[in-house]
Ligand binder design. Structure first.
Ligand code: SF4
Length: 355
């Protein structure tokens, strides 16, 4: 493997939050929660922006040991055709959703760049914000997606430990640790406005993983200050294949990690998905978390067919309806926001045309 980037091991970038993560007592957790809540209120107000995932396909060429879509799983494979994509988007719109995350596995002959670009084009006709979570691409490919209306990408490194990474990614293009690590920068260079990063918590020792993730976010924020960086906190959930994580990440540690990240990254969106329980999500909303998924279906075609036959990537834990989740946010005096981006911002007119 080529040399690792300097930021990955630069402890100065994570010195502020390391002691916060290593504390274990109740009082320090409460202090962190209060500080994180105050920063969140000051920087983001009471708003929680909402999005929902749309699984386009469960084809995949990689063998990630922790994933229900890995190419050795035996569940049926499926990809949505253009008519089905449109129907799924309409079903999501009927739930009020205006911010969609399009997902696929690694490139295959069935699902590659052209398919994804077409899906982005369709989604951009219906949704003001279209984010893609798929395979790493070249700068030219990201430019192509941005021109079709893609406003952001999400790409989790899964683990920042290169040795664990090698063991967990048994085959396929995702085995390339550095190519994945450099993906956010290629996307931003290609004109993608926002990039979400994260580690799949449970794959490696949690404190080391949190520190590496924070360094990555700090490096991106400093180097690409015009881009919007967000950080997610996915914990491993049960999935086809039955992989058991090597490390336990408790609710208390995850809460501490979220609070510490809010303190270390005051202006960055922190994201929590429906992988987590309703109680945990309700507790974290507004205490650091500013962006959450809602009414998620993790099967291909799951919004139109609630009993879609394809495998899910992982089990959803918070399965409340959009109404029930929004009611829970409002009960906490938080404001759910379904649309905080307008398509007009995607391609602003040159100043002479605006005059
Ligand atoms: S995590 Fe992504 S690349 Fe890995 S097997 Fe699952 S879908 Fe494929």
């Amino acid at each position: 493997m080529s040399a690792l980037p300097a930021w990955l091991t630069d402890k100065r970038l994570s010195a502020e939050i390391e002691p916060l993560l290593r504390q274990t007592d109740d009082e320090s957790l409460e202090r962190l929660a209060a500080e994180a809540q105050a920063i969140t209120l000051r920087r983001f107000g009471r708003i929680i922006s909402l999005y929902a995932p749309l699984y386009l396909s469960n084809f995949c060429s990689s063998g990630c040991v922790y994933c229900g879509f890995a190419s050795d799983r035996t569940s049926p494979r499926r990809k949505l055709d253009t008519g089905e994509i449109e129907k799924e988007l309409l079903a999501m719109k009927a739930l009020g959703i205006g911010d969609v995350l399009l997902l696929t596995g690694e490139r295959t002959a069935a699902v590659g760049f052209d398919y994804l670009r077409r899906a982005v084009e369709i989604a951009a006709r219906h949704m003001p914000r279209v984010v893609v979570e798929a395979f790493p691409m070249s700068v030219a490919e990201y430019r192509g997606l941005a021109e079709c209306g893609c406003t952001g990408i999400t790409i989790y490194q899964e683990t920042y430990d290169p040795d664990n990474y090698r063991d967990l990614h048994r085959w396929g293009p995702k085995q390339d640790f550095l190519e994945r690590l450099e993906t956010p920068e290629r996307a931003i260079t290609g004109g993608i406005r926002s990039v979400g990063i994260g580690a799949l918590l449970g794959l490696s020792e949690p404190v080391g993983e949190a520190l590496a993730l924070l360094r990555h976010a700090k490096y991106l924020c400093k180097t690409y200050w015009k881009a919007g960086i967000s950080v997610s906190f996915p914990r491993i959930r049960p999935q086809e294949g039955g992989f058991q994580p090597n490390f336990t990440v408790s609710d208390r540690f995850l809460a501490r990690m979220i609070f510490a990240f809010r303190i270390g990254l005051p202006d960055v969106d922190l994201v929590l998905s429906t992988r987590e329980s309703s109680a945990f999500r309700d507790g974290m909303a507004g205490l650091g978390i500013t962006r959450m998924s809602i009414a998620s279906r993790t099967t291909v075609g799951g919004y139109v067919e609630s009993d879609a036959a394809s495998a899910s990537q992982f089990e959803v834990c918070d399965d409340r309806s959009a109404e029930a989740f929004c009611a829970a946010l409002r009960a906490k005096n938080l404001e759910p926001v379904f649309k905080n981006w307008d398509a007009a911002y995607n391609n602003p007119l040159p100043s002479e045309e605006r005059a």
